[in-house]
Design a protein around this ligand. Sequence first.
Ligand code: APR
Length: 250
Amino acid sequence: MEEGQWRAARGLVREAGRVVALTGAGISAESGVPTFRDAGGLWRSYRPEELATPEALARDPRTVLEWYEWRRSMLADCRPNAGHRALARFFLKCGESGLVTQNVDGLHTRAALEEAGAGAADAALPIELHGAVGRDRCDGCGARSPAEPLGDDLPRCGGCGGLRRPDVVLFGEPLDAAVLDRARVLAERADLCLVVGTSAVVYPAAALPLATLQAGGHIVEVNPQRTALTDAAAAALRGEAGTVLPALLD
Ligand code: APR
């Protein structure tokens, strides 16, 4: 069974004209970034309703901002792993960006810059559906700025005085419509959607591989576990992204 999955996956990658990849927290697990719903995942220890919703931010901004500062501090020592780097090399070689991520850890961007070296990294820069925890966004005017350490006072926007919060999509918040449209166009045009390290339970991200399928393309899944998309996949490679992606894409 496993060899057949690999043969099918390799064939689909080889024959694909356009590839889109949708990644989730699993691709960063080997970099030391906790996932959400796995054993040891963040939502096993914390309640999203208390830390990752607009209501929580309005009710108790300091707790929410401290939690995101803790997540930022955890990322400070994390580096892209072999899975991030293999995807970056693949899209740099393709010359056509096709990387869509749910992750806010910035590791795909770092992998693209590292793999591109002095060259242009654009083709391997991700569409960040859920934003990036390394940036702040003003809740008032939307102005973005690099994240700063949390002081005694709540961070305020220099322009309008609104609350500066992490530039991430909280549960119940809409995704940036232009960002989602770019991702949807990539998915609908792709011959192949590589779904890596996501439980595929959060929408609208999880609908992207189905858009590829509905447009006549195929799905290849890279995940140690079955997911909500496994049955729709033409091939499911049961393994860790850092091992599977270099073997599949290099
Ligand atoms: N390689 C590949 N996949 C892995 C690895 C690994 N080394 N380790 C774990 N996984 C898989 C797990 O089997 C699981 O299917 O990664 C998936 C992680 O799923 P979740 O924790 O649900 O993360 P994700 O799918 O990214 O969550 C989606 O939910 O909490 C929100 O906004 C948050 O972007 C996040 C969204």
